[in-house]
Design a protein around this ligand. Structure first.
Ligand code: COA
Length: 703
């Protein structure tokens, strides 16, 4: 239903240009000119108060004067006139506005943008933009933009948040030979956003892959939902990853939650393949738009050159597809199609003597072999062979193999003839590149897509045994006290309400109570100052560990109080926390932020120096299912420490993953209350012995 409302925008049967002009050089002229030149078969209505016709087409003073229906109106009048234009379009029953005009929220003019959105809502119109280049579609022969021409025809659709980049990419589709069905400039996303278009494109038979250039957006969860529901690959290049969230963070987690990490996590959880730069976006889009996903890890490389074979082998490892030797039966067969000094292991080196026949015979057999999940074919131009002839052979062998559900990419390294062969292969639907690294990277994109699709099938069991009321009561008390952070004891009470394994901790208000509690908990114990005014307890001399008896408790009680007073004379002191001293374990950190785009987001990393210096942490948008939690444990650089190094037993990763799941449920459940939180350290014991949360911090949302 939601998606249907975009039909007028995506497949308009008629387009008005409000602000059409007869003056070359004006955007209102170019858009009409482009509609004509692109061969648009729908009706074009130039709108201009003074002109009788524009570029030979009858013009109207207002959309209200047009005798027929109008599906979409491209708006090219200055910002001050857009409100009136929108109102008239609404009255006319126009279905969508393509607002090319700049001068709205991107320059701080949000009120005007909001007013236009309100008009559109009143009339059930959708808005693309404002501040856009427009929209282009090959299947519609529609260039409703001021980009110069329709892109090279292809099967991908690009949605770009940068107009300038879209124009540049439009032209370069012909140089790079990466074709697109549509190019859509999305601009300020006042109404239609990435998610809306992704949902519409999922039913578009002309689009097989959605390619995104993203600067940033607001509703991260809507984006993730749309991507998760999509049945075709989505690839994203995210820019502006350097300065986000780091400012004013009150927790470790807050200071580490940069845009690169949080967007990266969200893409992974939503099944979105990532591109590292513009070139990579093109290269990966080509493969994702033409080839099926790679369902297993077994990559076979067939080459006529040892050098490119080794380069491709290095790349395969770099992109997560390390080569395995091919099975014996496959090797035996391949050996028949190469000289004695060739190699059938993997990479399969047919040697520089390889002609079309050898390529054909080995590809036909290998591609159909059940062990092979994906194929990379490499060719170095030699004087013995004609690259174009080799290309014909490759295509023929792939067709004759009968394989439709495995991907293949190709790299031709050479001169003009190789270039010609490359173009021909791409036209045949076989992604072909100028370097082995590019061919392997493109195949890796197809593998990443398949892996993420498997992950999306995982279910996320909610934790049912939680006590939200108890957590809210603790938070309510702190708020009533005028605080926006919880003490360690309070934070642990909230954690405990969600079943997190916190160390036993109780508040002693005087020395006698301290002794009683210490005896009840059992020695050795830890004692810590509890003050809303002292966040860094160790710096204030407010922590004593390994206290073994009553005399120790009494002495520590006095020392801690004196230290706290010396550190901050007017600090409010609630008392001293008496804590069970958890035995030593591997220290890790868990934490959360409430990300502006994605909401509650989890962090995991190794604690101590690993988090302080190496920032070896990983993120997921909450809630986090167990499979994802286990992946978090294995994707940090320090993962081998949890797996058990130097004869140490493996740590209890299962318990750790369960703790991450619980923690993530807590931050979703309390998203209205918790701004940032840390559990640091969390001690992880050997397999079967669980984890303990030794320290806790919760910063509340300001209300
Ligand atoms: N209805 C229809 N047309 C109207 C009108 C109305 N109510 N009022 C004025 N017009 C006509 C003008 O008379 C003019 O036609 P003319 O050449 O025959 O006189 C035409 O609309 C355009 O108006 P003009 O005032 O000449 O504007 P402009 O062409 O200088 O600039 C924009 C208009 C939209 C291009 C400009 O304001 C703008 O936003 N530019 C940036 C666009 C951009 O970069 N977008 C984002 C890319 S990422």
């Amino acid at each position: 239903m939601e998606s249907k409302t975009l039909d007028g925008l995506m497949q308009p049967k008629s387009v008005a240009v409000v602000g059409a002009s007869s003056q070359p050089g004006k955007i209102g002229y170019t858009v009409v000119d482009n509609l004509i030149k692109s061969g648009y078969e729908g009706k074009i209505y130039p709108i201009n108060p003074k002109a009788a016709d524009i570029l030979g087409i009858k013009a109207y003073p207002s959309v209200l004067a047009v005798p027929d229906e109008i599906d979409a109106a491209a708006i090219t009048v200055p910002a001050s006139l857009v409100e009136q234009a929108a109102e008239e379009c609404g009255k006319k029953g126009v279905k969508a506005l393509i607002i090319i005009t700049s001068g709205f929220s991107e320059v701080g003019n949000r009120d005007l943008e909001d007013r236009i959105v309100a008009i559109a809502r009143r009339y059930n119109m959708r808005i693309l933009g404002p501040n856009i280049v427009g929209t282009l579609s090959n299947s519609q022969k529609l260039n409703a933009s001021f980009a110069p021409f329709l892109p090279l025809t292809g099967k991908a659709t690009l949605i770009s948040q940068s107009g300038a980049l879209l124009i540049a990419m439009d032209a370069s589709t012909y140089i790079r030979r990466v074709g697109f069905e549509k190019l859509i400039s999305i601009g300020n996303m006042s109404d239609v956003d990435f998610a809306d278009i992704i949902t519409w494109l999922d039913d578009d038979p002309n689009t097989t892959c959605v390619s995104l250039y993203i600067e940033g957006f607001r509703d991260g969860r809507k984006f993730m939902d749309a991507c998760r529901r999509a049945h075709k690959p989505i690839i994203a290049l995210k820019s502006g990853v350097s300065s986000h969230g780091a400012a004013a963070a009150a927790s470790h987690t807050g200071s580490l939650a940069g845009a690169a990490k949080v967007y990266g996590a969200a893409f992974q959880q939503a099944g979105v393949v990532q591109a590292s730069d513009l070139d990579n976006l093109f290269d990966r889009t080509l493969a994702l738009s033409l080839q099926p996903p790679m369902k297993g890890d077994n990559l076979l490389i067939i080459t006529n050159g040892g050098g490119v074979g080794v380069l491709a082998t290095d790349s395969a490892e770099r992109y997560g597809l390390p080569l395995q030797f091919a099975p014996q039966d496959l090797r035996d067969e391949l050996k028949k199609h190469m000289p004695e000094f060739g190699s059938a292991k993997n990479p399969v080196d047919l040697t520089g003597m390889a002609g079309r026949d050898w390529y054909e015979d080995s590809i036909r057999f290998a591609f159909a072999h059940p062990w092979v999940d994906g194929l990379v074919v490499l060719y170095c131009e030699t004087s013995l062979t004609d690259p174009v002839d080799i290309a014909y052979g490759i295509k023929k062998a792939i067709d004759e193999s009968g394989v439709k559900d495995k991907p293949v990419t190709v790299s031709f390294v050479g001169g003009e003839q190789s270039e010609k062969a490359t173009r021909w292969l791409v036209e045949q639907g076989i992604p072909t590149y100028s370097a082995p690294d590019l061919a392997v990277n493109a195949l890796a994109a197809l593998r990443e897509y398949a892996i993420m699709q498997q992950m999306l099938a995982e279910t996320n069991e909610p934790c049912l045994d939680v006590n939200k009321a108890q957590a809210l009561e603790v938070i309510g008390r702190a708020r009533a006290d005028g605080r926006d952070s919880l003490t360690e004891i309070e934070a642990k009470q909230v954690f405990a309400a969600y079943g997190l394994p916190v160390t036993k901790t109780q508040l002693a208000k005087n020395e006698e109570e301290a002794v009683e509690l210490a005896k009840a908990i059992g020695f050795p114990i830890v004692m810590k100052i509890v003050s809303p005014d002292i966040l860094h307890k160790s710096d204030a001399g407010g922590v004593k560990v390994n206290i073994k008896d009553e005399a120790g408790v009494r002495e520590a009680y006095r020392t801690i109080l004196n230290n706290a007073k010396a550190y901050k004379a007017d600090a409010r002191i609630h008392g001293i926390a008496i804590q069970e001293m958890a035995p030593w374990g591997t220290e890790v950190i868990l934490g959360s932020v409430n990300d502006a785009t994605f909401g509650p987001t989890m962090m995991f990393g190794l604690g101590g120096i690993f988090v302080e210096v190496l920032k070896d942490v990983t993120f997921r948008v909450a809630p986090v299912a167990e499979g994802q939690a286990l992946r978090m444990l294995s994707e940090i650089r320090g993962a081998p420490i949890l797996a058990g190094v130097r004869g140490e037993k493996p740590r209890d990763r299962q318990a750790m993953a369960a703790t991450i799941c619980r923690y993530s449920s807590m931050i979703v459940d309390l998203a209205e209350e918790i701004s940032e939180s840390d559990a640091n350290p969390v001690l992880v014991y050997e397999e079967g012995k669980g984890v303990r949360v030794a320290d806790a911090r919760i910063i509340l949302k300001k209300k």
